[in-house]
Design a binder for this molecule. Structure first.
Ligand SMILES: NC(=O)c1ccc[n+]([C@@H]2O[C@H](COP(=O)([O-])OP(=O)(O)OC[C@H]3O[C@@H](n4cnc5c(N)ncnc54)[C@H](O)[C@@H]3O)[C@@H](O)[C@H]2O)c1
Length: 264
């Protein structure tokens, strides 16, 4: 069903973006994989259906180059996956305004510039759709993560607002809100901060972190004709973590224990 469709994926060097580019290519999509650093896209060499290019999503000029490359390769675009993002931890006292601006530049201005750049191409596409990677931190707040959380909440506002605007043209836009996923962004936590890693795992009823491909499959659904009536939605894929209040212990303590750590 997706054979020959074209997609652009940002943040494709690693994690969820890479898994998405790989999954789409396996399903027959033609993919333009974009990331800051071309060297990190070396994994695309020799792959079928994936072209790579370096671009900084926070730069308006780079977004224009990205769209021009997609147009030259595909003539238009059927889907854009605006996924690149950075972390930005720190309390309101710790994190400087300049660091906050860096987070907003990539996580919020990036997708805004991306949508503006690719719209003319999507208008030429078949069943055109945009997916933007937000986060469960776009649904709920957490301590020490206000800059990232603010950027990810704003993306859901962007998606809901643009769904009302672009739906009239037949262009769908949705957000994915991943829960804890093992990627370049989070991968080191298991070894550097094992206690925090275990704590996070315990918040997830499924008692594990996601594999990036479990996010890629949701993105593929959101941009494919299989989701033809899904528009303006923030789809949470978090193993059930954010639907809890966190105020009460689970009915069975054992269900939350991490094997070997003595927790109940
Ligand atoms: N991993 C998680 O647990 C998790 C949870 C919720 C949301 N997310 C979101 O998922 C998205 C993908 O993150 P990931 O976990 O795969 O992390 P990752 O670090 O593995 O991948 C992010 C990619 O984005 C690229 N990138 C960063 N800034 C860029 C820029 N200015 N221009 C171009 N590329 C840039 C990085 O080089 C990297 O390859 C992000 O938006 C992140 O906020 C991740």
């Amino acid at each position: 069903m997706n054979e020959g469709r074209s997609a652009l994926v940002t943040g494709a060097a690693s994690g969820i973006g890479r898994a998405t580019a790989e999954r789409l290519a396996r399903s027959g999509w033609r993919v333009l994989a974009v990331d800051r650093d071309i060297d990190k896209l070396a994994w695309t060499e020799g792959s079928t259906g994936i072209a790579a290019m370096a671009a900084d999503v926070a730069s308006e000029a780079d977004n224009a180059r990205m769209a021009a490359e997609a147009e030259a390769r595909f003539g238009g675009l059927d889907a854009a996956v605006l996924n690149a993002g950075i972390t930005g931890g720190g309390s309101i006292d710790e994190l400087s305004f300049a660091d906050f601006q860096k987070v907003i530049a990539v996580n919020l201005f990036g997708p805004v510039l991306g949508v503006k750049a690719v719209l003319p191409l999507l208008r030429k596409g078949r069943n055109p759709a945009i997916a933007i990677t937000s986060s469960t931190m776009g649904i709920a707040g957490d301590s020490g993560n206000w800059a990232y959380g603010t950027s990810k909440h704003a993306l859901i506002g962007l998606v809901r607002s643009l769904s009302r605007e672009l739906g009239w043209e037949g262009i769908r836009i949705n957000a994915l809100c991943p829960g804890p996923t093992r990627t370049g962004m989070t991968g080191a936590m298991e070894t550097i901060a094992p206690a925090h890693y275990d704590l996070l795992t315990r918040q997830v009823p499924l008692q594990r972190w996601a594999d990036p491909d479990e996010m890629a499959s949701v993105i593929e659904f959101l941009i494919s004709p299989a989701a033809s009536y899904v528009n303006g939605h923030a789809m949470v894929a978090d193993g059930g973590a954010v639907v809890g209040t966190g105020l009460l212990l689970p009915a069975s303590g054992a269900a939350r224990a991490i094997p070997g750590d003595g927790a109940t």
